[in-house]
Design a protein around this ligand. Structure first.
Ligand code: SF4
Length: 327
């Protein structure tokens, strides 16, 4: 069942590739769904004769600069392999790891700008650290591209809300218009696959860029099964609701990925989980680190006080020393 579905998907991607010259963007988060989409794109291009591989393709991935170390390592390894494979096989696929500029990093916003560590109602981080770097990249490219197609790994089986969002969007030839970037068309090639079908394919098929997906599976097991999809607009589910997010994430109640990794022997997570508790402590107005007036003058828990920011910086530098010693 899975392989029949997947070979149809490969064929339609091949047809889409040959249908026009519109460049492709491929959102890659390192999770299973976007790994499968990247597989399918590599497979589609490999099946096309070299002289016809004229389409520009860019795989884009974001690194918030506060990602869980084991996840970043896996992503960097995969991206390096993709780059090598594309160069050796002349696939014309570029690979980009996008980061927020230093002035929009987590620590600059907290210690420099006094933002409280994020929560569900004030989740200032996703836009600045994940969405904006992708939007900036796409806008730069759109200067010379008339239109582009963005392939994502969203699936209806992920959640009822996701299914509703996917079903509700305007489509043209199976593509939906990006809600914020009007010249970008979004393709969700694996939207009808189940989680079992995704894993079945990934575990039975070597990665198109070399190596197997066993390490990815192991990481999922160690991290408790969650992932943070690449964020392209505000309708993408909050990575705070899943578990492969930043190690600093205070949006989720429990950081299951970090805890799972620690339990499975990744000792680096011990200090990082401890510091996450510090962030929660600083966010709680009862501990006196926050002004009791908001920036707009209204009463209520507002920005971090200067003394709190100094103290947090001191503790962060200590954490840096401790983790450097461990490495
Ligand atoms: S993982 Fe958490 S801290 Fe990181 S961008 Fe998402 S919501 Fe913000």
């Amino acid at each position: 069942m899975a392989s029949a579905n997947i070979s149809e998907l490969k064929n339609s991607l091949r047809e889409l590739y040959l249908a026009d010259q519109r460049p492709w963007l491929v959102g890659f988060s390192g999770g299973k769904d976007s790994t499968l989409v990247a597989h399918l794109v590599f497979d589609a291009v490999q099946s096309i004769p070299e002289e016809q591989r004229t389409k520009e393709i860019a795989v884009v991935c974001t690194d918030t600069r506060v990602e869980i170390p084991a996840i970043v390592e896996m992503i960097e390894t995969s991206l390096a392999k993709m780059r090598k494979c594309s160069a050796e096989q002349k696939l014309n696929i570029e690979v980009h790891l996008l980061r927020p500029p230093p002035e929009q990093s987590f620590w600059v916003n907290i210690i420099g700008r006094s933002y409280p560590p994020p929560n569900r109602t004030f989740r200032w981080c996703t836009q600045r650290m994940k969405i904006d770097p992708v939007t900036r990249f796409v806008e730069q490219r759109m200067g010379r591209w008339r239109e582009a197609i963005l392939h994502l790994g969203a699936r209806r089986a992920e959640s009822a809300t996701r299914a509703q969002t996917l079903a509700g969007r305007e489509t043209r030839n199976g593509l939906t218009r990006h809600p914020d970037l009007p010249r970008v068309w979004v393709s969700n090639p694996i939207q009808f696959l189940t989680t079992e079908e995704v894993w079945a394919y990934l575990l039975q098929t070597p990665a198109a860029w070399g190596g197997s997906n066993r390490n990815l599976y192991k990481l999922y097991n160690a991290a408790g099964g969650g992932e943070c999809p690449i964020q392209i607009d505000t309708s993408t589910p909050a990575c705070g609701n899943s578990r492969f997010g930043c190690w600093t994430c205070t949006v989720v109640e429990k950081d299951k990925a970090s805890e799972g990794l620690l339990q499975s022997g990744d000792e680096r997570m011990e200090h990082l989980l401890g510091f996450r508790e510090t962030l929660i402590e600083f966010r709680d107005p009862a501990n006196g680190y926050r002004d009791m007036k908001r920036k707009n003058g209204a009463d209520g828990p507002g920005p971090l006080k200067i003394e709190g920011r100094r103290e947090l910086l001191k503790r962060l530098l200590k954490l840096q020393e401790e983790t450097a010693q461990r490495n």
